[in-house]
Write a protein of this length. Structure first.
Length: 278
């Protein structure tokens, strides 16, 4: 990495700060060290990838590009973001290919990690139980009408017809296609649904107005406040333990690679790169 490369990356990284924060020596030093850390990690990952025949194909890169671009309303918006970051489309693609390669290396380094045992799962759950504390909850379906008279008519019909089928036919809400299913709602999370906590299981609300329209909801299940059972959060805990193991394995691998490599840095040049703001 040349001094020019480091300066360009530093300017890009500090661009998100205001002028005072960007000139703070501590922030500048932290930014420099982060840039150098990422650069070294990429060099080591690239070397490992070459030795182990790990590559990112053009098809894989194009697929990722299309996924990212699809999150923008149009190509102009996408290119505007790149311009704001001071990146050309070619530079962005090169950076993206590096990220994809590092992901593959990470997966290869971590592939031998075993899934957590039941004892590990139980231990993690016991040590982190407060994370799985739940407020009182209700399991809801809803219908939203765009007119109060329609909503009143629907409410009368719902007393003798299937709620899910009526939701599919008449609700204007996005969840209509799934029979109006909202799922679990915690008490205090959405004002209008707090009224559901006074209803019994199977109970229907009155017509309630919000900025979205006129709501009718049905309580299908209720759950008291307490802790989620281990079985309920099994997948979440498994992923948390695996993530921690993978990060530890990768950190150990990276440390070994650094110890086995010659990393030369000119601290005098690094210190000489300063920040000026307009």
């Amino acid at each position: 990495m040349t001094a020019k490369d480091l300066a360009a990356k530093l300017a890009r990284q500090l661009k998100k700060f205001d002028a005072l924060t960007a000139k703070d020596p501590n922030n500048v030093q932290r930014a420099k060290e982060e840039i150098l850390r990422v650069f070294i990690m990429h060099c080591l990952s690239t070397s490992y990838a070459k030795a182990n025949q790990i590559v990112v194909s053009d098809e894989e890169l194009e697929k990722e590009i299309n996924t990212i671009r699809s999150s923008f309303p149009d190509d102009l918006s996408f290119r505007r973001v790149l311009a704001d970051e001071g990146l050309s489309i070619t530079e962005w693609k090169d950076d993206l290919r590096k990220v994809l390669l590092e992901r593959k290396v990470f997966r290869r380094v971590s592939e031998k990690i075993q899934k957590p045992t039941s004892d590990e799962m139980q231990k993690y759950y016991s040590e982190n139980k407060e994370r799985y504390k739940r407020k009182e909850r209700v399991y809801l379906r809803q219908i939203i009408a765009d007119d109060i008279s329609k909503a009143q008519t629907l409410l009368a019909e719902l007393k003798k017809k299937d709620f899910a089928e009526m939701a599919k036919k008449f609700s204007v809400a996005p969840e209509a296609k799934s029979g109006g299913l909202i799922g679990w709602i915690e008490k205090g999370s959405v004002d209008i649904f707090d009224k559901a906590f006074a209803l019994p299981v199977g109970g229907l609300s009155q017509v309630l107005e919000s900025s979205y329209g006129f709501h009718i909801f049905k309580v299908e299940r209720k759950a008291p406040a307490g802790y989620a059972a281990l079985e309920e959060v099994h997948a979440e805990i498994e992923q948390a333990i695996l993530g921690k193991k993978e990060q530890g394995e990768f950190a150990n691998w990276l440390d070994k690679q650094i110890r086995a490599s010659r990393v030369l840095r000119n601290n005098e040049v690094i210190r000489a790169i300063t920040v000026e703001t307009k």
